[in-house]
Design a protein around this ligand. Sequence first.
Ligand code: PBG
Length: 314
Amino acid sequence: MKKLIIATRGSKLALWQSEFVKAELEKAHPGLEVELSVMMTKGDKILDVALAKIGGKGLFTKELEEAMLRGEAHIAVHSLKDVPMAFPEGLKLGVITKREDVRDAMLSEKYASLEALPLGAVVGTTSLRRRMQLLKLRPDFVIKNLRGNVNTRIRKLKEGEFDAIILASAGINRLGLSAEVNYFTPISKEVMIPASGQAALGIEIVCDAEVERLVSVLNDEDAIIETRVERDFVTILEGGCQVPIGVNAELCGDALHVKAILGLPDGSEMLSEAITTTRAEYASVGKALAQKVIDRGAKALLERAEQIALNEIF
Ligand SMILES: NCc1[nH]cc(CCC(=O)O)c1CC(=O)O
């Protein structure tokens, strides 16, 4: 194969991620040419409706997948946290890359940390997972919806609509945006458990042995293990991307630490659990942790969370 085509969205983060993969593949395979094919997805067009309402499934990936299935592209680079578990026939998850900083971060023009925010501070996020954990820590916060790509969200912060906003550190670091705001403060995983797959890239590929061989150089074994645990946990709970579930697995040498939280978006009811095990147990620990929360009523709690989210008028 001489030329490999990446189907990509046109947002700055999507382009950064695809350019990164292009550069890594060209470095690993001298003589290979990698080209970006930029396209609009439905999710890029609908910016005024909360994603929880329209049902986020495939919203940012459908057009890219259709291009791959038509043979017009070979791979698509996604943030793994946005990648569903199942793929259309003919496509699969071919690569999981090394993770950036997995933590969420607080961005603010005036305040250096969550603790420093005043009573009743207005905090921007549309993620139910972030809202739940913010209100658990500080029930006085006023959580206001914040949509749009990373650059749009930072612009809204700077326009003064929010005292602080919450974004993934990974996106900010990749785009080099931390200096755009006065305070960029990663939030410890003790305070806010990240989303499944956060900070890793997932490369979706056409089912083709040559394509798979070329991209496999980007696989990271620790990221594969950690995100496998996280994705197993979410799959067993049947949680879509719009449910309030935080789950994080972290390898420290041979030790594998996993913790999770789920509950109602307003933080009024929550379940959290943790397991520490060994690397060798990775294939069963996501399921084991899910079973622990299921035994404590997780399924009913998530059903209530989903009803609340769907009924909400944003
Ligand atoms: N849901 C949007 C999304 N998907 C991936 C990232 C960037 C970080 C990552 O790779 O996990 C973001 C932005 C954000 O949550 O702040």
